[in-house]
Design a protein around this ligand. Sequence first.
Ligand SMILES: [Zn+2]
Ligand SMILES: [Zn+2]
Length: 327
Amino acid sequence: MHAMQLRRPGEPLIHTQMPDPEPGRGEVRLRVSACGVCRTDLHVVDGELPDPKLPVIPGHEIVGKIDAVGTGVEALRIGIRVGVPWLGSTCGVCAYCARDQENLCDRPLFTGYTRDGGYATHVVADARFVFPLPPDGDDVATAPLLCAGLIGWRSLVMAGDGKHLGIFGFGAAGHIIAQVARWQGRSVYAFTRKGDVEAQALATSLGAEWAGGSEEQPPAPLDAAIIFAPVGDLVPLALRAVRKGGRVVCAGIHMSDIPSFPYRILWEERQLLSVANLTRGDGIEFFKVAAQAGIRTHTSVFPLREANEVLAKLRAGQITGAAVLQP
Ligand SMILES: [Zn+2]
Ligand SMILES: [Zn+2]
């Protein structure tokens, strides 16, 4: 196999060849067809998340076909098309696993962070945590659903069912969740970096009521806002944009520090929440919704070997929609 491997955080990924990994008990191996590039990959590569496995192969929006099956795997066979998400495995016995909150497991493994991910030709995954996909879908278009879609969906559910929804940071997750929200009959207000006309045009083309810079006030008070951009400064801006009793959901795994803000913008029963990871239940639910809502992802495709350049573009805000790598 070959892969783009992170040896030390803060350094570029290195193209590496190595023997094909063998699936162990309960695992499957995929031949990777497409792997989306998530903001979290950038946090791993930049060393903003603690204790990665090193070296590690990033990537947790993986689509491919199973080409080897370990012992003890009943449900999956060679040739099945599957997706591999961020949640790589859980312990199954901690208090969180026991109460149906496996996203908060005390001893989880995460794909492309604490186990190897999909910036590669092959990846091994725990068979219990992969999602079987329809045999004939578009692999590139599907890849961003595996995290941007899935964790976006969890964030949307946590935002409640208010009609006026703000989305701060209109990238991979934002453009998917805007489509789900429109399909649910909500009005979407897209907040982007100041002057990011491409992201604003994408938002409008997907049915957003309004698109503007994060500092701007939306034309109507929001019932809820989801913050996808890893920018703490957006928290007080989002709180100011939501109505009494409204919610602000922070969807990312990492955010720059949140500046202090006056209590009065939180008061009146506004709520500030965060989302962590996903459960397998979120995935099953979201793939149904995505099919019904007819989600169309806007992707830019790059060869696997250009992973470093793609991460640099994502860091600089130069990707519109979602970036996807293909080996
Ligand atoms: Zn657990
Ligand atoms: Zn992700």
